[in-house]
Design a protein around this ligand. Structure first.
Ligand code: NAD
Ligand code: NAG
Length: 317
């Protein structure tokens, strides 16, 4: 199985996230082996991938230089985990977000894997110390947290276990870059990792602004989509303030007092329930009712906009 120059990526769990990793990896010429305890799930996933790659090609959004058929040739199904591990350079775990289940899967893999392969988890919020502690191969373990939809949002948060070999972090970083993603390295684990910490800060303050009667929910969303988000699609908070004054130091000198005063006026952590939730739900449901069909239609709209944005970003590099 190791005939592929770039090496195999074994994907354990062929749901939404497993499928996204597979599509990204084959677009960069990696051979992907899909495994799932429900074998029918692998068959379904391969069918969906073919359909989605064809659609992406049709709309001019297919990643990489390989044609759909060439990419599909790189994907195979596997019903025996031991066989899948053979020749793998990366094992990307994508089973449901459940600590016990993930630990069971890692214990199984721990007995099958060699001393070189990287064992990487897609977990959204379980800490590496909870996931990997006690494994024989803990030095080869890492969290690689993708963002949905991975095909258009390239960020991957890499979170090492305290015992992860620094060389494994580096190798994972290079690999993620090579498959066309944008990795960031956390030096140590932290609750929520980083994307969600920043996202929750925004959600928290947005919630309070509605609760305090400052802004309607729709207008909060506009502050992001028509305001902050315009810049944030290209640059982060630090570069933003660097450019918004005579450099970062000057920004801090000028705005330090105002920033601190405003930040100290932030209220407590919201309950995310009750009357405010009713208000926000009401407002969101007006635009997109929360039945699965409407939500799916809106997701497709979102993905089209993201595809266009991703293309624009790569054209203007
Ligand atoms: N959905 C997202 O937006 C998102 C984004 C980033 C990270 N994640 C994380 O990715 C992981 C997977 O999420 P998902 O949305 O793809 O879930 P999912 O339910 O769509 O897919 C999980 C798959 O794992 C399979 N599975 C269950 N037990 C297994 C086992 N023991 N061995 C092999 N396969 C097994 C299931 O049959 C299913 O096909 C979770 O940890 C989730 O937190 C999700
Ligand atoms: C959210 O609001 C919509 C529209 O008023 C309503 O149909 C739906 O039941 C609400 N959801 C919940 C969980 O209250």
């Amino acid at each position: 199985m190791s005939w592929c120059e770039k090496g195999n990526i074994l994907i354990v769990g062929s749901g939404i996230v497993g499928r996204s990793w597979a599509m990204v990896a084959v677009s960069a010429g990696y051979r992907v082996v899909l495994y799932d305890t429900v074998h029918q799930q692998v068959t379904n996933t391969i069918q969906i991938i073919r359909q989605q790659l064809n659609e992406l090609e049709g709309s001019g959004n297919l990643r990489g230089t390989l044609k759909v058929e060439e990419q599909m040739l790189l994907i195979s199904a596997c019903s025996d985990l031991a066989q899948g591990v053979e020749g793998a350079i990366l094992i990307q775990e994508c089973v449901p977000e459940n600590l016990e289940l993930k630990r069971k899967v890692f214990q199984e893999l721990d007995d099958l894997m060699n001393d070189d392969v990287i064992l990487s988890s897609s977990t959204s919020c379980l800490l590496p110390s909870k996931l990997f502690s006690g494994l024989k191969h803990v030095k080869q373990c890492i969290v690689s947290h993708p963002v949905n939809p991975t095909y258009y949002i390239p960020l991957v948060e890499l979170v090492p276990h305290p015992e992860t070999n620094p060389a494994v972090l580096e190798r994972t970083y290079k690999l993620m870059k090579d498959i066309g993603q944008t990795p960031v390295k956390l030096m140590k684990e932290i609750d929520g990792f980083v994307l969600n910490r920043i996202q929750y800060a925004i959600i928290g303050e947005s919630w309070r602004l509605v609760k305090d009667g400052v802004l309607s929910p729709e207008d909060v969303d506009l502050v992001m989509s028509a305001g902050l988000g315009m810049r944030y699609a290209f640059m982060g908070p630090f570069e933003t303030i660097h450019l918004n004054a005579q450099g970062l130091k000057n920004y801090c000198e000028r705005y330090e007092t105002g920033m601190k005063r405003t930040l100290s006026s932030f209220g407590p952590v919201p309950e995310f329930s009750g009357e405010v939730m009713e208000t926000i739900n009401q407002s969101m449901s007006e635009k997109t009712p929360s039945d699965s069909e409407s939500l799916e239609a809106r997701r497709q709209w979102r993905d089209l906009r993201l595809a266009a944005l991703a293309k624009m970003k790569s054209d203007s590099k």
